[in-house]
Ligand binder design. Structure first.
Ligand SMILES: Cc1cc2nc3c(=O)[nH]c(=O)nc-3n(C[C@H](O)[C@H](O)[C@H](O)COP(=O)(O)OP(=O)(O)OC[C@H]3O[C@@H](n4cnc5c(N)ncnc54)[C@H](O)[C@@H]3O)c2cc1C
Length: 422
């Protein structure tokens, strides 16, 4: 593989050759982005700004509609329709210097720097950006499987699974039982399961089903924003939500979709009306199979650039990356994309990248207009992305503050999705 400086020299040479001749593709470095979600599209937008005439960008994304996981819990609560969470790639495909290929990447040939597509074609790259999100481990809960997800949905990738979960939630009777199996760390959106439970409880309460019960079987001893969620549950849904840490349930030993049964070390829940299985997660398969992951199942990266620790020509970001202290969130993925895009430009066009700085802020809606947040700033320290400041809603915050949080989250959603898809 040519060195970084060697590559820059090569590009400059190609540009000189091209000066007196019609532009040729090789005069422009080829950046291929796998994954048209938050991380991938944020890099694309950054690259297709100032430098769009100097970098060719190919986006590889199988889906023609992106349904945001962020805000999908509000769909269960009745605060958003699914349609407003869905976005298309028409505007992106119209950007100068950008090609959108609606296919899955099935493999990465790191030696030859090519991405293999589902139809067997190869897409060559000079730099590759991988933001394929997560893969779900269907074997991590005994008795559960890809097929069982049609009965016991995960809805941790938004789309048809979200519709199924909502349909099942709508059918839960008053006095019914919902069991959520929460995921082990590290996983996409740490507060997500608890916001989801809040939204389920809101929908049940708002429709007169106050006697329904939600049991959370958690493999973790504590969870994100726990005091804020538990305070909110007590205030809005007293007695409805039961959170059980591992020492109380002793682990989920098995699920049986046919009878809607969940067995734990202590208790067996039979005939549940809804079982939401959120399994263990890893980096998206294409990144793992390219040999870019470590023992955690996620891809280690340089904290200053999001460059893969296994391959200098590849950048990994978003949920697929080991983000140091950063949680896996859309906000994080967008922030990491700014760093990755600057590093790609520095690499290809010999421009200095600014120092890497990251941010995250995650809001969770507990009930109508009762929204709480957690956030932080991060910098590279000792080779890892390290939290240097944090912020979190206070238990004492009044209703007006919570309403403002909700307005802030809505503005963030609109801003991000407009910037990416609009
Ligand atoms: C219920 C829930 C609530 C959430 N709420 C919030 C929130 O309030 N705030 C927040 O910041 N985050 C939230 N998140 C997290 C957020 O959705 C993710 O962290 C974010 O989408 C990560 O971006 P990404 O680019 O890594 O992955 P994604 O946005 O998932 O994008 C990955 C893309 O890669 C594509 N892809 C996968 N494999 C391939 C392949 N082989 N070839 C080509 N393309 C491929 C996929 O189709 C997908 O479009 C929530 C998540 C969930 C599940």
């Amino acid at each position: 593989m040519p060195s970084r400086r060697g590559f820059v020299r090569m590009s400059a040479g190609a540009a000189v050759l091209a000066a007196g001749a019609p532009a040729i593709a090789r005069a422009r470095p080829r950046v291929v982005i796998v994954g048209g979600g938050v991380g991938g599209l944020s890099v694309l937008r950054a690259l297709s700004g100032d430098d769009r005439r100097r970098v060719d960008v190919t986006l590889i994304e199988p889906s023609t509609t992106y349904t945001t996981c962020f805000y999908s819990n509000l769909y269960y609560g009745g605060f958003r329709s699914l349609e407003v969470l869905q976005h298309g790639y028409r505007q992106v495909a119209g950007l100068a210097g950008v090609r959108v290929v609606h296919q899955a990447a099935t493999a990465v040939d790191r030696e030859r720097r090519r991405v293999r597509l589902a139809d067997g074609a190869d897409v060559p790259y000079d730099r590759l950006v991988l933001s394929p999100g997560i893969a779900l481990d269907y074997d991590s809960v005994p008795g559960w499987s890809r097929e069982a997800a049609d009965v016991m949905p995960h809805a941790w990738k938004a789309g048809p699974q979200s519709v199924l979960l909502k349909r099942q939630l709508d059918a839960v009777p008053d006095g019914g039982l919902i069991v959520m199996i929460a995921p082990p760390d590290p996983y996409r959106c740490p507060p997500g399961p608890y916001e989801r439970v809040s939204m389920m409880a809101h929908a049940l309460t708002a429709s007169g089903r106050r006697n329904a019960r939600i049991v959370i079987l958690d493999p973790k001893r504590n969870f994100s924003k726990q005091p804020l969620f538990q305070q909110g549950w007590e205030a809005h849904y007293p007695g409805m939500i039961e959170w059980l840490p591992p020492m109380i349930h002793a682990g989920v030993s098995r699920v049986e979709p046919e009878t809607m049964t969940v067995e734990t070390g202590f208790e067996t829940y039979r005939g549940a009306d809804l079982v939401n299985v959120i399994p263990r997660q890893t980096a998206g398969r294409v990144a793992v199979e390219a040999g870019l992951a470590d023992d955690t199942g996620y891809c280690p990266v340089a904290a200053t650039s999001m460059r893969s620790r296994h391959d200098d020509a590849i950048f990994v970001l978003g949920d697929a990356a080991v983000g140091g202290d950063m949680p896996k969130s859309a906000f994080s993925a967008n922030s990491q994309a700014a760093v990755a895009a600057a590093a790609v430009i520095e690499d290809l066009l010999d421009r200095p990248a600014p120092p890497a700085r990251f941010r995250n802020k995650c809001w969770s809606l507990i009930a109508g207009e009762d929204s709480v947040y957690v956030g932080g700033r991060y910098e590279p320290r000792d080779g890892r992305i390290t939290q240097v400041a944090s912020e979190i809603s206070a238990l004492e915050d009044d209703a007006a503050t919570r309403r403002t949080n909700y307005a802030d989250s809505a503005a963030w959603y609109l801003g991000l999705t407009s910037a990416l898809f609009g």
